[in-house]
Design a binder for this molecule. Structure first.
Ligand SMILES: [Zn+2]
Length: 343
């Protein structure tokens, strides 16, 4: 009899130890933006959480826990939560939360009484500090240089420009001088950047040479003096302005001497490491950086670079530059160096 009594006590005890915890209530805390799950449990509830960044989906699984009663989840949808669902699958409890854009989160548990808390932080209002102008060379009636298999400079520069925008727009205000195949004069390009108070001007071009062997990438910055070689490239790019009815000599340099020197210094600070890393990543020749009197850079009131991504007249290089994967590498490396330039 005594044995049976102890056996029953033992069974009852084990039942209470192994019984599942209960979520008594789910509530939204409004003073601090957080979702709180009140849990009735003898022991600290165990949970795991995972987050799918791409879908902004947060999944929390609470071990050995059930839902006390049905809870209307739609009332939690608002500033931080886009969608929410709770699933009691007998043994464990799952919580699915789709967060709104720019909302970050933290999941933790508290004792006395037991709670699981999901903290939300809205980063949406974070002001972007810097503005970058991305200038896809040529466009519309001006195809730029035409190369092997009739590849056109204006198409390749736009493709890279769009990818660069996608990589930078999360952290920077981006101004595009053009986003489609249309003509923009050289003076308008710098005017667009000045009007938007851009902190950096990145112009994308593709080089061309009479020799199909010429290859590699080079970056230019604005300088009143130039070497004969750099002067030739600047004259070549400026000639497109003249060809389509723009008097490029009339584009004035609007910065004073002090700003001119400072901007040149800053332009070199991004051009140099960028040309090295870009050519290395694409296994292309590093042709160096040069200062020259580019009309499109002259009119901009700040540091600027003009990247000649490669030679359209070189069969291997144009095929390389036309591949999406390589365009992504180009955009990625330029984006990296833009970030390093500001931060
Ligand atoms: Zn060009």
């Amino acid at each position: 009899m005594k044995k049976l009594f102890f056996f029953i006590i033992f069974c009852l005890l084990s039942l209470s130890i192994f019984a599942n915890s209960l979520v008594k209530n789910i509530r939204l805390n409004t003073t601090v933006p957080q979702l709180v799950l009140d849990i009735s449990s003898k022991t600290k509830p165990k949970f795991t959480s995972s987050y799918d960044e791409y879908n902004r989906l947060l999944f929390i699984e609470i071990e050995k826990t059930n839902l006390n009663s049905k809870i209307n989840m739609s009332k939690f949808i608002g500033k931080n939560i886009n969608k929410i669902d709770v699933l009691d699958y007998g043994k464990n409890l799952g919580l699915f939360i789709k967060l709104n854009k720019n909302v970050s989160h933290k999941v933790f548990s508290l004792n006395n009484p037991h709670r699981i808390v999901i903290d939300f932080r809205n980063n949406g209002s974070k002001k972007k500090e810097f503005t970058v102008t991305i200038d896809a060379g040529h466009g519309g009636k001006d195809p730029g240089a035409i190369g092997f298999r009739k590849y056109r400079e204006k198409d390749l520069t736009l493709a890279v420009a769009k990818k660069l925008k996608a990589k930078l727009s999360k952290d920077f205000n981006i101004i595009m001088t053009r986003e489609s195949d249309h003509f923009v004069t050289l003076s308008n390009r710098s005017r667009i950047a000045n009007r938007g108070k851009a902190d950096l001007f990145v112009s994308l071009h593709i080089n061309s040479s009479k020799s199909s062997k010429a290859h590699g990438m080079e970056i230019f910055y604005f300088s009143k003096k130039s070497s004969p070689y750099a002067g030739r490239i600047a004259a070549y790019e400026n000639s497109f302005g003249e060809k389509y009815g723009e008097k490029t000599t009339s584009i004035a340099q609007i910065m004073g001497e002090l700003a001119y020197n400072k901007n040149m210094e800053k332009s070199i600070a991004i051009a140099e490491p960028l040309n090295t890393s870009l050519s290395r990543r694409l296994n292309m020749k590093d042709r160096g950086i040069y200062g020259a009197n580019f009309a499109v850079l002259r009119g901009f009131n700040g540091p600027g670079i003009l990247v000649e991504l490669g030679f359209i007249s070189n069969k291997n290089e144009v095929l390389k530059m036309s591949r999406t994967a390589n365009q992504n590498v180009m955009a990625d490396e330029i984006a990296k160096k833009v970030r390093n330039f500001f931060y």
